[in-house]
Design a binder for this molecule. Structure first.
Ligand SMILES: Cc1cc2nc3c(=O)[nH]c(=O)nc-3n(C[C@H](O)[C@H](O)[C@H](O)COP(=O)(O)OP(=O)(O)OC[C@H]3O[C@@H](n4cnc5c(N)ncnc54)[C@H](O)[C@@H]3O)c2cc1C
Length: 378
């Protein structure tokens, strides 16, 4: 088996394949310069300066499992007709292939966008952290979770940090007004200043021009404005791609025999939702990767888990489990030192967001998975 990528989807595909098939060669080919590492700490502990250790596994872990990992080896072509993957230095023939090429930060579509730093890789995070050492001010463009996390981490280092985003409060469009207000409070508690209702219009070195005519000056500018799946290889090979992601079934099989895709780059059918569900989360990438590895080893399964993520803004951890799509009603319960937001559609639970409310979160996961009704005003 050949695996493209070394993120959670790729490594879990290799691990699961090896558990089922102890003998066939497994090669992980990645564009990353580093052995497999964790991305979630990059905007949290790593950026705060609390840890340098983001390795996914010790080198031994791969050796013991006879999983060969080739770093610094971007794949530039997949030849489906001959079952070969081409890199600059080497070609890899495969019987089965897992594409887990993840995503890249979506570039900010404004003039001067190269004045903003991005955050996806360990190199990106190291650059940000190095620059933060000599900085006193930062502007973060975008109030998605990576933007909020990075802003809070920079603030914890003593920088004066401003987040600017079109939404009145972070994630308001996606998670509703009440959740947006709470996330804004967590951001403010972490010492971050938030400017909503404004978009970056143009950038210069150390300067962000907003569409409302205001100008922000800062030692560092970070753009955290979403991701673009790395689908170019798959598209060029002729695999079906929909909404920018590789189309796969609930077993992670693509439209080509013996070829699977998983993680951020895939658009997989979810058996519980009975529709394709895009995900951009760590645990979902692990789950999908394991399914792809199992299917490649001849034991196909079915993806039916409810997607979910956690985020840490300053000291506060927020968890979400749900289908991430539309909801027609949401309501918030204040627990004093935490909160729960329930989401429902057509009378059924479709999502839950919590802070310091793990019991509710566990209940919500069950209700969402079973499409149950929410108990009246829990
Ligand atoms: C800063 C940050 C913080 C995050 N925090 C959280 C969090 O708290 N909770 C959460 O649930 N999720 C979080 N995420 C999201 C999570 O990390 C991703 O959803 C997850 O990494 C996706 O895994 P993946 O394996 O699909 O892709 P990736 O992790 O993106 O890995 C893709 C791999 O493919 C390689 N690659 C790409 N193109 C090629 C090519 N042509 N040839 C060879 N290799 C290639 C890349 O080098 C990389 O190794 C965070 C992400 C970031 C960036």
């Amino acid at each position: 088996m050949v695996v493209i990528g070394s993120g959670p989807a790729a490594v879990s595909a290799a691990e699961r394949f090896r558990q089922i098939d102890p003998h066939s060669p497994v090669t992980v080919v990645t564009a990353d310069a580093h052995p497999p590492y964790q991305r979630p700490p990059l905007s949290k502990d790593f950026l705060r300066g609390d840890t340098d250790s983001v390795r996914l596994h010790d080198p031994d872990w791969f050796t013991k499992r006879s999983i060969r990992v080739l770093t610094d080896s971007p794949v530039h072509d997949i030849d489906l007709a001959h079952s070969v993957v081409h890199c600059a230095a080497e070609d890899f023939a495969y019987q089965t292939l897992v594409i887990a090429s993840g995503a890249a930060p979506a570039p900010l579509p404004v003039p001067g966008s190269d004045n903003a730093m991005l955050l996806r890789s360990l190199e990106d995070a190291t650059r940000l952290r190095d620059q933060a050492r000599g900085a006193t001010t930062a502007v973060v463009i975008g109030a998605g979770f990576i933007g909020c996390e990075a802003a809070a981490s920079l603030a914890s280092r003593g920088l004066r940090v401003t987040v600017v985003a079109p939404e009145e409060s972070p994630q308001r469009g996606r998670l509703g007004e009440q959740a947006g207000k709470r996330i804004l409070q967590l951001l403010t508690d972490a010492g971050v200043h938030y400017i909503g209702g404004a978009e970056a219009h143009a950038l210069e070195s150390g300067v962000v021009h907003l569409d409302n005519g205001d100008t922000l000056r800062a030692d560092m500018i970070v753009a955290a404005t979403g991701i673009s799946p790395n689908n170019a290889l798959a598209e060029a090979a002729g695999l079906a791609v929909h909404e920018g992601r590789i189309t796969v079934g609930a077993d992670m099989a693509t439209t080509a025999a013996g070829v699977y895709a998983a993680g951020d780059v895939a658009l997989a059918d979810n058996a519980t939702a009975q529709r394709p569900v895009p995900t951009e989360h760590w645990q979902d990438a692990i789950d999908q990767g394991a399914l792809a590895g199992a299917a490649a080893a001849g034991q196909p399964g079915t993806w039916g888990a409810v997607p979910g993520f956690w985020t840490t803004i300053g000291e506060a951890t927020v968890k979400y489990s749900g289908w991430g799509g539309d909801f027609d009603n949401s309501y918030l319960i204040d627990h004093g030192d935490g909160f729960t937001v329930w989401y429902e559609a057509d009378g059924a639970a479709v999502g839950i967001l919590t802070h310091n409310a793990d019991t509710e979160y566990a209940l919500g996961q069950l209700l969402v998975a079973h499409r149950s009704r929410l108990p009246a005003r829990l």
